[in-house]
Write a protein that binds this ligand. Structure first.
Ligand code: ADP
Ligand code: MG
Length: 679
């Protein structure tokens, strides 16, 4: 059911809901709170302490005229009273507040208590005037943005929850639920939104985690089995030009690259499809590995596809392929969202006829109605940006194609089994020779001028620089605006005598292209950018990256961004500018200055924050888990693994009570599971 059909969802609200990833009623039902506020304890006013978070019911007794403080803020004050005392509600810069209350009205207040000169205040409390409607329980606080208030979001989600019976199916059979003593799905979901008490909340969360991890394990198991059984891939022998091609490369391959390439070429020869993950830190040289595989595929007259997570990266791969393969008659095409319509139609036609040998693209590759003649090799770069499902979609375009995925995300062995349980793994654990350590510094904004002087010095030596603007969560538009602002300032003030360029996510691909090309050709000295350059971009002459408000980025992101420099033989620098007001922020930035190995940074990230974002186990990560965390939920993990094994050994999945579960696995993994899958 479309969320549009819910009452109270107009065009604007719809847009904001969409930006939270809510499109359907089911999405809303499964949109879980990030925390809760406990409104169960209604406290007497005379027992409140400074700093308490309290719920109060009282009557409006006095409304003051708005006042202007010396700071320029408007202050609105409303006095509430009940049998236990008086309390003053205080609001800043919300002058309309005074008109929202009426003397004598009974209201519910929830907020933080402050005691000032004998006066009990409640600061900018949430309030509800319709006492009948008040929810006194443990109330949800949803992840939201400034456009959607908690009140509105709650109302919409509550409305959606009325449809839970038709929208949500139980996928775990009764006997399993009984045996494991877990809640049924509807009870769990309702309690996650509006817990009866904390025990019920715990049980509900456990239920969702159980389901997520069980599906993951069964799905991976199925995928693995499926791959083991597949025959009929196109066997691709090593082409006779391979040796000559490798020798023509502008550099010598590292041992780790050679080993990985050998493993890939052996896989490709087989009629069982390759299913391999290449893991190598930023800058370790994964691209050439992909290019060699694609080259071998094309020389054998089969089609290959390379999918990258951003347009700029796809563009870059396209150009590298064109330049390295220029002496061979191999047709290469680029297909991205912003490829002009007419050209797109042409390319798609040629792919279908087999006139294109290698196609590089973004997920436009899977979205458009692209059909291949004989797709035999599918490569996804920066796999951590794609979910399990997207990987599946591209694979489905071929007839059991060989599959190679590349990632810079360091995956501990234990987790690799869960994320890539179905894959063989090659590791590039060696950097190309001649690389120097990137020096990383963490400085305060007051040092900015000195940082810029240093940037100038590097440029005068013939190098180039990136300046990364503050991250604006939630809005690519705001982020772009902030980048434009920074750009203007840098161009007019600090770097007047230099060529400054700008790149951000709101530019179209032709604009982005022009800028990237200018940067590559050294026509731009300093590239001001948003995180669009985060993955994959390769300009070895760039030796310095300055990251503004560095504490807003996660460690994985910082490590990726830093990886934009140090890609050649020049000494490179990464400068993190930040106020770093909290302890945690300082710790994180220090980890960056002290470590250069992605693996170690990931580990420290985990120590600091539990899972950390390196493994992207949250909603949009490759695992697409909402609540479960394979690191923390070891117990549930073990339980579900044993159960999954038992289900398979006892051939339980073919019973009709398991029908919904199988369907869910198919959905998640985008794969048809049939009778033979698990045998
Ligand atoms: P990543 O693993 O981050 O994708 P790339 O494949 O983009 O790294 O390689 C980073 C840079 O290193 C590129 O400029 C590439 O040409 C260069 N490179 C790759 N392999 C080698 C090598 N064996 N020797 C020297 N330079 C290399
Ligand atoms: Mg790369």
């Amino acid at each position: 059911m479309d969320i549009k059909s819910i009452k109270g969802v107009g065009e604007k609200t719809l847009k904001y809901l969409n930006s939270l990833g809510i499109y359907t009623v089911k999405d809303a039902i499964l949109y879980f709170p990030r925390s809760y506020e406990d409104r169960r304890n209604i406290k007497p006013i005379n027992e409140l302490k400074d700093g308490d978070i309290a719920s109060i019911i009282a009557d409006v007794s006095l409304i003051y005229a708005n006042r202007r403080a010396s700071t320029g803020k408007t202050i609105s004050r409303v006095v509430f009273k009940n049998q236990t005392g008086f309390i003053v509600g205080v609001w800043f810069n919300q002058p309309y507040i005074k008109n929202t209350f009426k003397i004598g009205q009974r209201v519910f207040l929830y907020g933080k208590i402050s005691k000032k000169m004998g006066e009990v205040q409640i600061i900018e409390p949430q309030y509800e005037k319709d006492i009948e409607d008040i929810k006194f329980g443990i109330n949800p606080i949803y992840p939201s943005n400034k456009h959607l208030s908690q009140k509105v979001l709650r109302k919409i989600i509550d409305e959606c929850l009325k449809y839970i019976d038709s929208e949500i199916n139980e996928i775990l059979p009764d006997d399993i639920r009984k045996q494991k003593e877990i809640y049924d799905i509807k009870k769990a979901i309702l309690n996650i939104h509006h817990p009866n008490d904390y025990a019920a909340l715990d049980k509900s969360i456990e239920r969702i985690k159980f389901e997520e991890l069980l599906i993951l394990q069964l799905g991976l198991f199925a995928a693995k089995k499926r791959f083991e059984k597949l025959e009929n891939a196109y066997p691709i022998p090593v082409c006779s030009e391979m040796k000559e091609f490798k020798e023509s490369l502008p550099f010598e391959l590292t041992n780790a690259q050679s080993k990985t390439i050998r493993e890939i070429l052996i896989d490709m020869k087989k009629s069982k499809p390759m299913n391999r993950l290449v893991q190598g830190d930023v800058g370790s040289g994964k691209t050439i590995v992909a290019i060699i595989a694609l080259f071998n595929c094309a020389m054998n007259k089969y089609q290959g596809a390379l999918m990258a997570p951003t347009e700029i990266l796809a563009q870059q791969h396209f150009l590298s392929l064109k330049s390295l393969l220029k002496n061979y008659s191999i047709n290469i095409a680029l297909l991205i969202g912003s490829t002009p319509k007419k050209q797109k139609v042409e390319i798609i036609e040629k792919i279908k006829k087999g006139e294109i040998d290698i196609v590089v693209g973004t997920h436009a590759l899977i979205q458009e109605n692209v059909e291949f003649k004989n797709l035999a090799l599918v490569i996804t770069d920066e796999q951590h940006r794609f979910g399990v499902r997207q990987r599946g979609e591209l694979i489905n375009k071929g007839h059991n194609p060989h599959v190679l995925v590349m990632t810079a995300t360091p995956i501990p062995r234990t987790l690799a089994l869960f994320v890539y349980g179905d894959m063989d793994i090659s590791i590039i654990n060696e950097m190309p020779s001649g690389r120097q350590k990137i020096d990383t510094y963490f400085v305060r904004p007051s040092m900015r001028d000195r940082v810029y002087d240093f940037v100038k010095k590097e440029i005068k030596n013939g190098r180039q620089a990136y300046i990364v603007c503050p991250l604006v969560e939630e809005s690519e538009k705001l982020e772009a605006e902030s980048a434009v602002e920074t750009y203007e300032k840098l161009k007019e003030v600090y770097f007047k005598k230099f060529n400054v360029g700008l790149i951000h996510g709101k530019m179209n691909s032709i604009e982005k292209d022009l800028v990237m090309n200018d940067f590559k050709n050294k026509e731009i000295d300093i590239l001001v950018s948003t995180t669009v350059i985060e993955v994959g971009i390769n300009v070895p002459n760039a030796t310095i990256i300055v990251i503004e408000n560095a504490d807003r980025f996660g460690l994985a992101q910082l490590h990726q961004l830093r990886g934009r420099v140090g890609r050649g033989s020049y000494k490179s620098y990464c400068i993190l500018i930040s106020e770093a007001k909290t302890d945690e922020a300082r710790k994180r930035l220090k980890i960056m200055t002290q470590n250069s190995d992605g693996f170690i940074i990931a580990e420290k990230d985990m120590e600091l924050r539990g899972t950390g974002e390196f493994f992207g186990t949250k909603q949009h990560g490759p695992l697409e888990l909402k609540l479960a965390d394979p690191f923390k939920d070891i117990d549930i993990l073990k339980q579900t693994r044993d159960l999954a094994r038992e289900m398979l050994e006892k051939n339980m999945l073919y019973k009709k009570e398991y029908f919904n579960l199988i369907k869910e696995i198919e959905n998640k993994f985008n794969a048809k599971i049939d009778q033979t899958t698990f045998n």
